[in-house]
Design a protein around this ligand. Structure first.
Ligand SMILES: *Cc1c(COP(=O)(O)O)cnc(C)c1O
Length: 224
């Protein structure tokens, strides 16, 4: 199957899943995760109407961003502090703000340059010791501090779900992220509208639990 056929299928699945769970399909954005794939693959997806693209490594991302600044880019990988200056000036959404330290460093740079950046806070919802991201308790501890960082425009939460045995289990951890968002929102009076969750293997479960952004690579571009 070609990239455009894959995209059509994923978009249909998103649409049908939204209808099945009583959601408005316009609420769910498809982020095409193009890491390891060429600019030609990205161009093909863009020609088929795809708008949002995701990349996870700075060195790979920058040349693609420079070739296609007209697309909407999200950075979804762990950002080392020595790469902050490369990412902060770009017109992107940074989905992977995964610590208070990174948030503060980014903010210092953004304030100095009189800029703001759209971000999501990455949550390690399953408390996996091998993953980056705030633990729920850590996010509660730091949320007021983060919301005082005027350079960051915090749009919501992101999580990388554990590979689950069953679709029930996948839904359970996405539901946890949604409930965390709902209570953060209630306490802070901020919407935290975006919920970035779900990948090729579980984006339908994520939509069932309220995802507003699904990050899909393999199902669009093929195996890496
Ligand atoms: C690679 C990646 C994805 C896409 O994964 P697929 O299983 O290929 O759909 C989604 N989110 C993040 C953070 C990734 O690094």
């Amino acid at each position: 199957m070609s990239i455009s056929e894959n995209l059509k299928k994923v978009n249909e699945d998103i649409y049908n899943t939204c209808i099945k769970y009583g959601r408005d399909p316009k609420e769910v954005k498809l982020l095409a995760v193009s890491k390891t794939f060429s600019i030609e693959a990205i161009n093909e997806a863009a020609s088929a109407g795809q708008i949002y693209f995701g990349e996870s490594r700075v060195q790979e991302f920058l040349p693609k961003y420079n070739l296609r600044p007209d697309l909407k880019w999200h950075f979804i990988g762990h950002l080392q502090s020595n790469k902050i200056n490369k990412i902060a000036p770009l017109d992107i959404c940074l989905q992977s703000v995964d610590s208070l330290e990174l948030a503060e460093r980014l903010n210092r740079r953004l304030i100095r340059e009189n800029q703001t950046l759209d971000v999501l806070l990455q949550v390690n919802i399953d408390e996996d010791p091998n993953k980056f991201g705030f633990l729920s308790a850590g996010l509660w501890q730091n949320i007021e501090k983060i919301l005082e960082l005027k350079g960051l425009n915090v749009l919501g939460l992101m999580t990388i779900g554990a590979l689950q045995e069953s679709s029930q289990e996948a839904r359970a951890s996405f539901a946890k992220l949604r409930r965390l968002r709902d209570s953060l929102s209630e306490v802070t009076k901020k919407p935290f509208y975006e919920l970035s969750m779900g990948m090729s293997s579980d984006y339908k479960e994520a939509i069932a639990e309220g995802a507003t952004i699904v990050r899909v690579g393999t199902a669009i571009f093929g195996r890496r």
